[in-house]
Structures are given as C-alpha cells and as structure tokens.
Design a protein around this ligand. Structure first.
Ligand SMILES: NC(=O)c1ccc[n+]([C@@H]2O[C@H](COP(=O)([O-])OP(=O)(O)OC[C@H]3O[C@@H](n4cnc5c(N)ncnc54)[C@H](OP(=O)(O)O)[C@@H]3O)[C@@H](O)[C@H]2O)c1
Length: 247
C-alpha cells in the first residue's frame, strides 16, 4: 500500500503539532509546516521517527502571508519524491494568529494579514495542490472555530477571516466533489492563548461538558475526516457542546 502524505500548516506547536503527531503515528508521512518553530518541529519529527522506526515526515518553513514563500513551499512539496509517486492525500489548513484588539484600534495590516493567513493561503495551496489531491483522492480540512454567528469582543478581524475559511471549504466541498473531500474542524476552548487565561476560564463555565478539550481531540477529528471516504462539506464541532449554548 502506498504511503499517505499530508501537509499541515502551522504544525510546530500546540494543536497542529498534536495533529502531525497523530498522523505520523497512524502511518502517514507529514510535511510539518512552520513559520518560526523549526526546532519544535525537529523535536516532534525525531520523536515520531524513533517511536515508529521509519521516516515520518519533513519540515518546511514559510511565512504564509508572503507570496514568494508560499510559492516556494508549493514547489518543495510538489517536487518531493513521495508526492510525485503518490500525490497528496491530506491538506490541513491550521496556521493561525489569534490576538484581541478593539475594532477602532486594529490596523488594516493586521486585518489584511489574517485574511492572507486564513483565506488566501488556503485558497492558493488547495488550488496549487489540486492535481496531487486528485491523484490520491485526497482530503482537505480547514481548521475554523466556534465563532460562526457570534460576536466575540475585539476579535472581528479573526472571526471574519475564519468565517471566510469555513465558507471557502464548504464551497470547495461542492466544487471538488467527487475527487476531493473537503471538511472543517471547529475547535472550541482547547488551549488558551497567553493573553486570554481569564476569558478562557469564563468560557469553560458555558461549555456543557464543563472542561477544555485536548489537542489530541482535534488531532483525532482531523484524522477521522482525512480518512473518511464518504464525508464532505461537514463542519465538525469539537467543543464539548459549546456551540449549542448561547453566545
Ligand atoms: N487553541 C484553541 O483552543 C483553538 C480554539 C478554536 C480554534 N482554534 C484553531 O485551531 C488551530 C490551531 O490552534 P492553535 O492555538 O494551536 O494555533 P496557534 O498556536 O495560534 O497557531 C498555529 C501556528 O500558526 C503559525 N503561523 C502564525 N502566523 C503564520 C504565518 N504568517 N505564516 C505561517 N504560519 C503562521 C505559527 O507557526 P510558528 O510557531 O512556526 O511561527 C503557529 O505555531 C488554529 O487555526 C486556531 O484558529 C484553536
């Protein structure tokens, strides 16, 4: 059986790293994309290769908001022997930047960069890898969140670009069918950002399951969607029931 190959963006730390780890342990070869966390990715990859006693992946570095770096990333993946031989079975749009600032004070540059990261890069990468995804009857997963239809204080720049990613994924689920499956995972409160510890505790009070999720919960959901042959156009909320509660 040929090796399944995936690219996960922003996979050096946290949820992306947990997802890369899960896939590598499940037999996948993973392109671990980072912007700056090369050492963390190196440690992750070495650990997986010792544990599984095989070559489990490769690390690729690029700022996804910079066009030339995006193009280089695409070339590196396309020219890899495993991709030439097997295509690309999984593409996970995980890279993100989560920061809170008042609408009046958020710079246009911040807004534009989030649109580049959450929408333009996923659009471009999915388009560029379409031949390789079709070759392997592959699957695309966009990591969105639970903000859909809600008003999150100081986060319009973040939630609107995530909404764009969600709609892009759902539209592509229709357009790329039946060759390529496209879905979303919507994490709830999983890992707090440095600046939101207090807010995170308040959110957990609204979560029916009364606790945060684990990075491995997201990783399991992504792996499930990547390997499910009859699922497309779905948004899988991994949020302990938070999305059914009022904002
Ligand atoms: N954490 C949660 O509880 C939660 C809740 C809801 C949704 N989510 C979503 O789940 C995903 C993972 O969450 P997370 O908290 O693990 O994410 P995160 O730590 O905020 O970001 C993941 C990675 O994105 C990369 N990144 C940031 N800017 C980039 C750029 N310009 N170019 C390329 N890569 C860039 C960073 O890579 P480097 O470290 O290499 O610089 C970072 O490690 C995200 O899409 C997030 O929106 C998370």
């Amino acid at each position: 059986m040929s090796t399944k190959v995936a690219l996960i963006t922003g996979a050096g730390h946290r949820l992306g790293a947990a997802t890369a780890n899960k896939l590598m342990n499940a037999g996948w070869f993973v392109f671990i994309h980072v912007r700056s966390s090369r050492q963390a990715a190196q440690d992750l990859l070495e650990h997986a290769e010792v544990q599984n006693d095989r070559k489990c992946g490769a690390i690729l570095q690029a700022d996804l908001t910079v066009d030339d770096e995006l193009k280089t990333l695409v070339d590196e993946v396309k020219n890899h022997d495993l991709v030439k031989a097997n295509g690309l079975s999984g593409l996970v749009h995980n890279a993100s930047f989560y920061s809170q600032s008042k609408f009046e004070e958020t710079t246009f540059e911040t807004f534009r960069n989030l649109n580049r990261l959450h929408m333009e890069a996923p659009y471009f990468l999915t388009q560029q890898f379409l031949p390789e995804l079709r070759t392997s009857k592959g699957s695309v997963v966009g990591i969105v969140d639970t903000s859909w239809g809600k008003a999150w204080e100081g986060l319009s720049h973040y939630t609107s670009s995530k909404a764009g990613l969600r709609q892009l994924m759902l539209n592509l689920a229709g357009e790329l069918s039946p060759d390529v499956n496209v879905n979303c995972v919507a994490p709830g409160a999983i890992m707090a950002a440095d600046w939101e510890a207090e807010h995170f505790t308040k959110v957990l009070e609204k979560v029916p399951m009364g606790r945060s999720g684990q990075p491995s919960d997201i990783a399991s959901a992504v792996l499930h969607l990547l390997e499910a042959s009859h699922l497309s156009g779905q948004v899988l909320h991994v949020d302990g029931g938070w999305s059914i509660e009022d904002a």
